[in-house]
Design a protein around this ligand. Structure first.
Ligand code: COA
Length: 336
C-alpha cells in the first residue's frame, strides 16, 4: 500500500459576472434577500454554447500545469457534476476527448455537491492499491442554463453559479509520514430517503409515457426543486458529524487543522458548522460571495483560490466537508 497526495490544483470560471442586482432585473428577488440569507454577492454564468466539459477542460489544463504533470501521464479522469453536457455518455468522456488522452479510464461521479469528495475518495483508493499513479479529479458545473427564473424557481436560481476546479492526485513513494503531503482519509455517506428534497424530476423514466414532453416542460418538472429549510437543517448536522468522524479516525483535534475548505452552499451553513465545532473564523476559507454555489466545483475552486490568496501553503493540514442532494455528505483530510 502507498498513500496518495494532491500534486496541484487549477480552476476556471466563465468571464461574465451576474451581481445580485442583475438578477433582480431578471426575476423577483433583491440583493438584500440574497445577501442576508446566503452571503452570495455575485456568480459567474456562461454564455453561448459553453458546456460543463469546456469549463472542466480549462480547470484541468491549469491543474496539470500546477502539478507539473503531462496529460500523457494521466491514468484516469474522474469528473463530478450534476450538470452533464448530455445525459449520456458521461461528461468525463467529453473532457477526455478535449484533453486528447484517448484510452485512459474516464468516470463520471453524480453525487452533486459531494461529488468532488467522492471523486477524491475513488482516486485515493485506485492509487493506494497500486493500480494507478496519476488521476485527474474535476468538479465542473454549468447551472445557469437549467435554472427556473420564474418566481416559482427563484429560491434555487439565485444560489447557483457556473465554474470548475480540478486537482491531480498522484502516488506517494510509500505510506506517507504524518508531516509529508498526503490524503489522510476520506469518509462518504448518503441517505436516499431524502432524494426528492433537492432534485430534478425530468427527464425521467418514472412517468407513464415519454421521459420528456410538452406537458412535463409546461409544468417545469425539468427545473431543480429544493426544500431549502430541510436541506439547511440536514447540512448543519451532517457536515460537523462527518468532520468529527474524519478527525477522530486520524486522532486529530480541531486545533490541529490549518484550513477548512467547506462546500459553498450558504455562508450561514458554514458559519453554523464553524460555531458548533469551535473553529476560528479565519480558518474557514469561503468563496460563495464571489461564485455562488458551484456544486461539485466549490471545493477545488476554493482550494485554488486559497492557494492564489496565500491561504493554503505547502505543509498545511486541510479538512474538507460537503453536503448536498441525495442526500449525500462526505469529508476528507489532506496535508498539502
Ligand atoms: N428572492 C426573494 N424572496 C425569495 C426568494 C428570492 N430569491 N426565494 C424565496 N423567497 C421568499 C419565499 O417566497 C418566502 O416568502 P414567504 O415567506 O412570503 O412565503 C421567503 O422568501 C422564504 O424566506 P426564508 O424563510 O427566510 O427562507 P430561508 O431562511 O429558508 O432561506 C434559503 C432560504 C434557500 C437561502 C435556505 O433555506 C438555504 O440556504 N437552504 C439550503 C440551500 C442549499 O444549501 N442548497 C444547496 C444544497 S448543496
Amino acid at each position: 500500500m502507498r498513500s496518495s497526495k494532491i500534486l496541484g490544483v487549477g480552476s476556471f470560471v466563465p468571464p461574465k459576472v451576474f451581481k445580485n442586482d442583475d438578477l433582480a432585473q431578471m426575476m423577483d428577488t433583491s440583493d438584500e434577500w440574497i445577501s442576508q440569507r446566503t452571503g452570495i454577492k455575485q456568480r459567474h454564468w456562461v454564455e453561448g454554447e459553453t458546456t460543463t466539459s469546456d469549463l472542466a477542460y480549462e480547470a484541468s489544463i491549469r491543474a496539470l500545469e500546477a502539478s507539473k504533470t503531462k496529460k500523457e501521464e494521466l491514468d484516469m479522469i474522474i469528473l463530478a457534476t450534476l450538470s452533464p453536457d448530455h445525459e449520456f455518455p458521461g461528461t468525463a468522456c467529453f473532457l477526455q476527448a478535449k484533453l486528447g488522452v484517448p484510452g485512459i479510464a474516464a468516470l463520471d461521479v453524480r453525487q452533486q455537491c459531494t461529488g468532488f469528495v467522492y471523486g477524491i475518495s475513488i482516486a485515493d483508493q485506485f492509487i493506494r492499491t497500486g493500480m494507478y499513479k496519476k488521476i485527474l479529479v474535476v468538479g465542473s458545473e454549468v447551472h445557469s442554463k437549467g435554472l427556473d427564473r420564474t418566481p416559482q424557481g427563484r429560491e434555487v436560481s439565485v444560489l447557483f453559479g457556473d465554474g470548475a476546479g480540478a486537482v491531480v492526485v498522484g502516488a506517494c513513494d510509500s505510506v506517507a509520514k504524518a508531516n509529508e503531503p498526503h490524503i489522510l482519509s476520506t469518509h462518504l455517506h448518503a441517505d436516499g430517503s431524502f432524494a426528492k428534497e433537492l432534485w430534478i424530476q425530468a427527464p425521467s423514466l418514472a412517468y407513464d409515457g415519454p421521459r420528456l414532453s410538452n406537458e412535463i416542460l409546461a409544468r417545469g418538472d425539468h427545473f431543480p426543486r429544493m426544500n431549502g429549510k430541510t436541506v439547511f437543517m440536514h447540512a448543519v448536522k451532517r457536515m460537523p458529524e462527518v468532520l468529527v468522524e474524519a478527525l477522530k479516525s486520524n486522532n486529530l483535534q480541531i486545533g490541529d487543522v490549518d484550513l477548512f475548505l467547506f462546500h459553498q452552499a450558504n455562508l450561514r451553513i458554514n458559519e453554523m458548522v464553524g460555531k458548533q465545532l469551535g473553529i476560528s473564523e479565519d480558518k474557514i476559507f469561503n468563496t460563495i460571495q464571489k461564485f455562488g454555489n458551484t456544486t461539485a466545483a466549490t471545493i477545488p475552486l476554493g482550494m485554488d483560490e486559497a492557494v492564489k490568496a496565500g491561504r493554503l501553503k505547502p505543509g498545511m493540514l486541510v479538512a474538507s466537508a460537503a453536503f448536498g442532494s441525495g442526500f449525500t455528505w462526505a469529508s476528507f483530510i489532506f496535508r498539502y
